[in-house]
Ligand binder design. Sequence first.
Ligand code: ADP
Ligand code: MG
Length: 330
Amino acid sequence: ASVVNRIAAGEVIQRPSAAVKELVENSLDAASTSVSVSVKDGGLKLLLVSDDGHGIRHEDLPILCERHTTSKLSKYEDLQTIKSMGFRGEALASMTYVGHVTVTTITEGQLHGYRVSYRDGVMEHEPKPCAAVKGTQIMVENLFYNMAARRKTLQNSNDDYPKIVDLISRFAVHHMNVNFSCRKYGSNRADVHTIGGSSRLDTIRTVYGASVARDLMEISVSDDNPTRSIFKMEGFISNSNYVAKKTTMILFINDRLVDCTALKRAVELVYSATLPKASKPFIYMSINLPSDHVDVNIHPTKREVSLLNQDSLIDTIQSAIEAKLMSSNS
Ligand code: ADP
Ligand code: MG
């Protein structure tokens, strides 16, 4: 493979947890109700993501890992209104330039599945028929095997497994109807294990612990003022009893896991202004907006988004949180 391809791929997939985010989002896009992740050596040796989604059709396998191959974009204008999380067709391709990717998949109504491995964007062999249950399993081995410096940095830094657990925890809180599990390869004990269907607070309790869930309050705001962006926010925010050194902000906008630094800072500000013995907050927030109000960064590694009418939206959210904190504190 050309060095240019490899470098570009290394930009898209900067660390094992970034690969996991892409794989899990693909599983969610495939309407899975169960997603399990196993990780060996912080993801450098092995990443395995299995789902029970709709699978990948046999005829799509030859080009699956070519750049810009996506089943989620039929015409350019869709970029404006795209609802599903992936729309770039970069992630899987990139993984094949910096790791060894093996896909096992079966689609509805088939008697057997197929298994195929990819390198540098292309299939290594024809898809081989194999036994398969339902959905797709994607295995990434030896991530960054051809990027010695990257591998070394990742090996020296604390391994990426805690980041992966954190990521799956966030997905689990939002996607309540999906069962998630995340474990070190070969271990029976999952570090995240949720069974979909219970209440969101129950999921938070399962994932973050009873002491967190105990200190949370439900919040929701909707703003259907026609002159402003039409949005709905709902979530859970910590009360004055919650104690933490670091903010936990789990933010989903239109069901995408994102970061919005301006919003996070604004929320922290409300806490420090409203609660005298200010602790950093725990926030889970799900915001829905017309999709053309969200500026999703086209660069695939960026989780950061900006929003149309961001200032007024942040004002509205700040007021709602402030009111909630005041009423609970009095
Ligand atoms: P994107 O998600 O942006 O389309 P990806 O490189 O992440 O691009 O994936 C390429 C394509 O592979 C997807 O569009 C989808 O058709 C298919 N795919 C990947 N993972 C799965 C999965 N777990 N289940 C079903 N299809 C999948
Ligand atoms: Mg994707």
